[in-house]
Design a protein around this ligand. Structure first.
Ligand SMILES: *[C@@H]1O[C@H](CO)[C@@H](O)[C@H](O)[C@H]1NC(C)=O
Length: 192
């Protein structure tokens, strides 16, 4: 009985390994209301930073390369940078947010949302949430020995939003658990 289940399980694994999933992409969205600069660094060279207008999208590479999209409110990587890191291997995309070289977006926060989250077969395909106003984000790498890498299937797109709550995020956060109620209430027509 036990053995049969193991064999059946192996067959299912083989079948799914043979399925070709499309390659997804990584996107960065600037929702801060101030300029953000980025440079995407593969294995090797450090390119000049460019302004992130609305968003930047990069398809995953299935040639085994890891990438780091370095992000700063200044157009230099010499100050503090947050890094959105992702690496393809074996039909999976591993990803993390690293603040080892600083966290210049602590006041507005950052959030990585995978499109295929909540897949029971892939429990590590989850949101990386750095709430606004926290000087240290425990969901990000803050030291090399941290374990903060998440994994999704390669067809899951990843969207990193800087300042996910917009430039008013900080005051909204401070309202706490009444947030949704108050935000909606604020939008009610005054003469209703
Ligand atoms: C950006 O530049 C300003 C002005 O030089 C400086 O005070 C700030 O620390 C810099 N921040 C980063 C993240 O480089």
């Amino acid at each position: 009985m036990q053995f049969k289940n193991v064999v059946a399980g192996a067959a299912v694994l083989l079948a799914s390994a043979q399925t070709t999933l499309a390659l997804g992409s990584a996107t960065v969205v600037n929702n801060c209301g101030f300029p953000v600069y980025y440079t995407s660094v593969g294995a090797g060279a450090n390119a000049a930073m460019q302004e992130l207008s609305d968003s930047y999208t990069q398809a995953y590479s299935n040639e085994g390369d890891g990438f780091s999209i370095k992000l700063s409110p200044n157009d230099t990587t010499s100050g503090s940078v947050s890094q959105f890191e992702f690496t393809w291997a074996n039909n999976k995309i591993s990803y993390d947010l690293s603040n080892i070289n600083g966290y210049p977006f602590s006041s507005g926060g950052m959030e990585i949302v995978p499109s295929m989250q909540n897949d029971p077969s892939n429990p590590s395909c989850v949101v990386v949430d750095c709430p606004a106003g926290e000087s240290v984000c425990s969901a990000a790498y803050n030291a090399p020995d941290d374990t903060r890498t998440m994994v999704c299937d390669q067809d899951s797109n990843l969207v990193l939003t800087i300042c996910p709550g917009g430039s008013s995020k900080r005051s909204v956060e401070l309202i706490g658990s009444d947030m949704h109620y108050r935000v909606h209430a604020r939008h009610l027509p005054k003469h209703a």
